[in-house]
Design a protein around this ligand. Sequence first.
Ligand SMILES: Cc1cc2nc3c(=O)[nH]c(=O)nc-3n(C[C@H](O)[C@H](O)[C@H](O)COP(=O)(O)OP(=O)(O)OC[C@H]3O[C@@H](n4cnc5c(N)ncnc54)[C@H](O)[C@@H]3O)c2cc1C
Length: 392
Amino acid sequence: MTHSFSRRRALTGGASVAGLSMLSACGTTMPGNLRDLDADIRNLPIIRARTDRIDRITVCLRPFRAVGPRLEVEQVGHKAVVHNYGHGGSGWSLSWGAGQMAVERAVTFSKQHIGVIGCGAIGLTTAILAQQAGAQVTIYAESLPPFVRSARASGSWTPSSRIAQTSAMTPEFEARWEKMARFTFSCYQNLQGLPGNPIEWDNFYGLTSRTPQPEHKDPIGFAKLDNRIQDIEPQGNRIAIDDPRLPYSSVHKKPNLIFNVASYSDYLLKQFLERGGRIKIMTLRHPSELTALPEPVFINCTGYGARALWQDESVIPVRGQIAWLIPQPEALCSLSYENVYVVSRRDGIVVQWMGDDMSFGFGSTNETPDIAEAHRGVSILNSLYTKMGYNV
Ligand SMILES: Cc1cc2nc3c(=O)[nH]c(=O)nc-3n(C[C@H](O)[C@H](O)[C@H](O)COP(=O)(O)OP(=O)(O)OC[C@H]3O[C@@H](n4cnc5c(N)ncnc54)[C@H](O)[C@@H]3O)c2cc1C
């Protein structure tokens, strides 16, 4: 993967467009023949948010570490192990950058043969990068997509989501995070327009409810790093809505980079196999089992599995659940409303209730679906459309 130029200038449309949108949303006449590009904020894509359209409920444990992902090198017998786990709520968004850093370390031990443990978001991208560096690569994994935890992600660009704790931040980590995020973002730009649209932009609508909401506090103190990469992220427009018939008083509209994880994982698997990659299904019970495998160096991409395999209690589970609605290709978009986050993807509509505060799911190992939580999210989304006068 190579870096490509920043597309922010092309995507934001600049201040004058934002200004015109503001005027238009407040009902001011447009000058000349200019049209309001954000007129759709009064006509959101209609998501048929009904509990009988939930086709599955999935749960995933984010592998969170207070100090951020582990990228250290360890010796296990005569084998070198490069760790690449603990990407919290940002695994897809940091995958290529983290993989690149791990491969740079691995090739110092062997450029010819590299083993990758794990076949989720991190393992697959790391394995392809190791191939691009010239190595023959074997993936060893207990599960393959779609039966890995990362297949149960919302699938959007969230590079600093639950990635570390502010109190554990170091300038070195912040710089490393920025490098990972920038590299991954540039890789995603090169993956757009592929058959099946595994990676694409949609419109995100951040809706401020007219019903006052309690502040979504962050008692954990998750690190906030996004300001370091503002120059690559489209910021969009914040638009006030003066029509009291609409249940939202303002909209933050911006382009949102999303991952159709089903087709994207399939694309990654095919890329890996076409480059001669091999996959062996196996469960490692102890790191010492690596000494029986042929490769001299391994990259450990076991995600939450690293906690048990490496006895690493610095990996803390952060439970997250998604209620999936039947896909609606005619209503692709992302939105947030009253603490519910929605990504209407080609492979399903993600509806996630975000909890009363940011500690929601922190420390929970419960991977059993909670039907009441799923119904809560879908019902809040349903109320948005009902208030707009739609019987979805
Ligand atoms: C609700 C929710 C929404 C999310 N949304 C997003 C999002 O929109 N964007 C984003 O970037 N991130 C998101 N995330 C975070 C993302 O899902 C994680 O960061 C990601 O799952 C980590 O991927 P991974 O490849 O490290 O782990 P996994 O996907 O868990 O893969 C681990 C691999 O290692 C293998 N393995 C584990 N242990 C062993 C063992 N002992 N022996 C052999 N193999 C083993 C597994 O079988 C698997 O193949 C979300 C998380 C949640 C919970």
